[in-house]
Design a protein. Sequence first.
Length: 129
Amino acid sequence: MSQSQAIAQGPIEHNPSMSSLKTIALFVATALAEIVGCYLPYLWLKQGKSAWLVVPAAASLALFVWLLTLHPTAAGRIYAAYGGVYVGVAIVWLWAIDKVQPTVTDWVGVAVCFAGMAIIMFGPRVSTT
């Protein structure tokens, strides 16, 4: 039996406990926590801001890790799909915080990453149990 036949016939793993919108919103919150956790030390190291910025940075990175645990699916799948959303949030950060206008190719890259995230998170799966 081919994989496409198995997908069509086999038991499919669904995740009714988390909607697509909730999944994406959680990824966006996770990305913001990671970016803030990395941006604050950047301000200290590259722009001469206070070293005390590492304290909220550490808290933000701890929040980032905790948010990743809220997804009810395999960790590797979460990390892979999250990466796509992270790219999009980082480009919005570039625009909103760094005041750098994203290019058309930046937005095309974001679209490709979002498509990859959607395929990874919401594509059908054959249950292995």
